[in-house]
Design a protein around this ligand. Structure first.
Ligand SMILES: Cc1cc2nc3c(=O)[nH]c(=O)nc-3n(C[C@H](O)[C@H](O)[C@H](O)COP(=O)(O)OP(=O)(O)OC[C@H]3O[C@@H](n4cnc5c(N)ncnc54)[C@H](O)[C@@H]3O)c2cc1C
Ligand SMILES: *[C@@H]1O[C@H](CO)[C@@H](O)[C@H](O)[C@H]1NC(C)=O
Ligand SMILES: *[C@@H]1O[C@H](CO)[C@@H](O)[C@H](O)[C@H]1NC(C)=O
Length: 537
């Protein structure tokens, strides 16, 4: 037993030391094949099986499957979930779908663009990449359009989404006009803010598929120009960049004319680059200022951004589709932890087009050891926190994880009063004076904590639990796609489940779908695994 463990550890260590090489020689080519296969599958599906006009028919099949489940004897009724395999989802947890009754939701089509209403109606499995390809050439984009091409529009709706436009419109859920749902009894309902199902409307976001199946949704779109004039502002001093972000986001003054897109990358406690972008055409004398940042041979976006700390500030015109997916190629800065030489110009020139490794492929090939590593040796967290305490957030993140860069972008959190769903209303001191919203931000912490990098003992569970306590004390929320370490009591304290529980009973979700807490909690015993992996590999 002991010998076997040390043998495994040695292989493990060798693989750790040569991770980049293994990834380039094995993972990237396989990931590419996998991607081609998935695209082919998708193409065949769209060409021969799927068709927008058959949407209603497909929904009826889903309804029939649920009615059939309803007729099962009580002792054979397992809780329901979608049949979409875990590896296709970006979530870091692997929900035990094998213990559920799986209902296929084969809905991959864009249904209708409604320019007069400035909305688009889509099926839930349409991806961010797919909708961006469709909308941008037509002069639109989603009001809240995530940077990760693989994310699904339905997954974002049942979970949460926010982006660098959110200081204008709030979370993704604020841009949803209607949800079309199939409920536990097989009935179909269209849910809007002010129809008879408004109680569902407010509780569907952050419900993670525990109230019903989403079969279509209507989303707000915005008009765009082909380019974004993007200004990079390097800032020295924590107080200064935090103040600048609060100021530019409109957190201090509701009349302030905010830029269209706003983001900061924090490179260490005292240095950040603030990015301010407005829709724009390119004047003929400034064609040389165009930068297609997503081309395979270009530096990774955050490296490009970091360069302005040395060079001083500047601006560029970035094609909108490049901007929207700017963090895709390096998955923010996660790829660097896998391929340390990935941003080398020679590597980029010859092999840069292999990036990014598909998250679905990485998940598809995840072994239990790799799974344990994803939370004991790496951090993946997006946390919604109030902007008035931005300095505290960065200090806390350094204290617990000590990894950079950190991603920051502002987001309105609306106070919907009794209709706030699972989120609590922002506190008084977090509100923007004279409005019905508070200014929050995404704190994106992705990567390897310093102690792990230095191969020292690191208690990931303890660090994460401290981060969760900190988040709760500020009235914030972690995105639930990431691993959570809260007990049920702590979860209930952070989220307000009052309306959620009522809606669950009213629409027969109890006994038909797992509870939200059970749906999002890690499938492994994080405390046991955390202890086992606390020591360096
Ligand atoms: C490195 C990294 C950075 C990220 N940064 C951001 C960020 O800046 N901003 C942001 O908004 N997000 C970010 N995300 C995460 C993203 O928000 C979530 O992963 C999101 O849920 C993506 O959708 P998905 O397709 O993976 O959803 P899934 O995980 O498939 O779905 C989410 C939930 O909805 C349920 N669901 C899905 N489809 C249906 C349906 N048809 N009916 C009922 N229930 C359904 C699922 O069961 C699941 O519980 C990031 C992720 C990563 C890995
Ligand atoms: C973007 O627009 C805002 C508001 O109109 C303006 O204050 C800012 O200077 C503009 N920035 C750029 C880079 O064009
Ligand atoms: C954050 O850390 C800096 C430097 O360590 C310190 O000067 C500052 O007071 C801290 N800010 C807060 C809000 O704690």
């Amino acid at each position: 037993m002991g010998a076997e463990v040390s043998w495994k550890r040695q292989i493990g260590r060798w693989m750790e030391d040569h991770r980049g090489l293994i990834i380039v020689l094995v993972v990237l080519p396989l990931s590419l094949l996998f991607d081609y296969f998935m695209r082919l599958r998708h193409w065949i599906f769209r060409k021969f099986i799927s068709a927008p006009e058959k949407h209603d028919e497909r929904v009826r099949v889903i309804q029939q499957k649920i009615m059939k489940w309803n007729k099962l004897p009580q002792d054979q009724k397992k809780l329901m979930c979608t049949a979409r395999p875990n590896w296709q989802s970006l979530s870091t947890t692997f929900f035990r779908k094998d213990l559920c009754h799986k209902i296929p939701i084969p809905l991959y089509d864009i249904l209708e663009l409604k320019p007069d209403k400035m909305t688009i109606r889509v099926e839930p499995m349409v991806s961010v990449g797919q909708v961006t390809d469709f909308l941008v050439p037509r002069g639109y984009t989603l009001a809240v359009c995530l940077e990760v091409a693989e994310a699904s529009l339905g997954g974002l709706a049942m979970g949460v989404g926010m982006t660098t436009y959110s200081h204008k419109v709030g979370l993704y859920q604020e841009t949803i006009m209607a949800y079309e749902m199939v409920l536990a009894d097989g009935s179909f309902v269209k849910v809007t803010r002010d129809n008879e199902y408004s109680d569902l409307f407010y509780t569907l976001p952050w419900s993670h598929g525990t109230l019903g199946f989403l079969v279509a949704l209507e989303l707000q779109i915005i008009k765009i120009k082909p380019y974004l004039k993007l200004e990079y502002i390097p800032v020295q001093g924590q107080k200064k960049y935090c103040n600048m972000m609060r100021d530019l986001s409109g957190a201090l003054d509701k009349h302030f004319e905010t830029p269209d897109y706003l983001e900061a990358t924090v490179f260490n406690k005292e240095e950040a680059v603030v990015m301010v972008g407005n829709f724009s055409d390119v004047p003929s004398h400034e064609q040389h200022k165009i930068n297609r940042v997503n081309r395979w041979y270009k530096p990774w976006f955050y490296k490009h951004v970091e360069g302005f700390l040395r060079k001083g500030g500047d601006y560029e015109y970035v094609p909108l589709e490049d901007y929207l997916l700017r963090h895709n190629r390096a998955i923010f800065w996660v790829v660097e932890t896998m391929i340390s030489f990935g941003n080398n110009p020679i590597f980029r020139f010859f092999l840069g087009w292999l990036l990014p490794p598909k998250i679905a492929f990485l998940k598809f090939t995840t072994t239990p050891g790799v799974r344990a590593m994803t939370f004991t040796k790496q951090v993946f967290q997006d946390i919604v926190l109030p902007m008035n305490q931005l300095e505290d957030q960065i200090n806390k993140s350094e204290e617990l994880f000590d990894l950079y860069p950190i991603l920051i972008y502002p987001c309105r959190i609306y106070d919907h009063g009794p209709h706030s769903g699972q989120l609590r209303s922002p506190r008084k001191e977090q509100m923007v004076p004279g409005t019905n919203y508070g200014m929050f931000n995404d704190l994106g912490v992705y990567g390897v904590p310093r102690l792990v990098k230095e191969k020292k003992r690191y208690d990931a569970v303890d660090a994460m639990r401290q981060m969760e306590r900190f988040t709760e004390s500020l009235g914030g929320y972690p995105f639930l796609y990431a691993d959570t370490f809260m007990t049920r009591e702590e979860f209930d304290r952070m989220f307000d489940l009052t309306a959620y529980e009522t809606v669950r009973r009213k629409y027969h979700a109890v006994g038909a779908f797992p509870h939200l807490y059970d749906k999002i909690k890690p499938e492994i015993d994080v405390f046991a695994v955390g202890k086992a992996y606390m020591d360096p590999l």
